[in-house]
Design a binder for this molecule. Sequence first.
Ligand code: PGA
Length: 250
Amino acid sequence: MRKKIIAGNWKMNKLPNEAIDFFEELAPLVKNAQNEVVICVPYTDLFYSLMHVQGTDIKIGAQNMHYEEKGAYTGEVSGEMLKAIGVEYVIIGHSERRAYYAETDETVNKKLKKALELELKPIVCVGESLEQRESGKAKEIVTTQTKIALQGLNNNEVSKTIIAYEPIWAIGTGKTATKEDANETIKWIRGKIEEIYGKDTADSVIIQYGGSVKSSNAKELFEMSDIDGGLVGGASLKADEFSKIINYNQ
Ligand code: PGA
């Protein structure tokens, strides 16, 4: 049985004091959560967030990392730096980073390898644009993104990789993929992983859905056979709303 991971992605939101208020409100609401709870916060909130989730089951993640350990990369943060302060998860290759900061499938692959080497838990984002979907290329796109991301990994590493299927047209738009569509694409991704790494590995990979997940649609999405939780943007900014998504099955 794969566990469900509900991860928030705050993007470029919340000052440290707002992060602290959020965790104080969220912690009691998710005390008995049956699902893994992760919040991926801006770099400047990481340390404060880690301090404030101590003694709770809430895990903290970053939203990006560099694949080199150190060096002349002004403005970047390495996986080693995240690991050193106790960060557990890291989002890799979010579509906003692919679109605005020239992330490619190749840099995603390098970052993923580095994250796994450091035993950070990577959440790798894949997903098609509206144009790609309308021209019937959605499956081809997610297949390429997934295959290149996983290139050179062994079975054990693949099974430790979390994938988030996030159709770009559903991110921040209020348009959610139907549960059937999301499940079908996630099954497709799992099938492609099976072709290369075998059934046992494919069955063990956690694949989330992301794109306008909210408390009103979380249950129907997360109850589908292949959807192992979600990556949640806008709806993760309010503790009350996010707690309802986390506790969708209670
Ligand atoms: P959204 O964002 O939930 O606001 O659509 C999801 C994401 O970008 O990870």
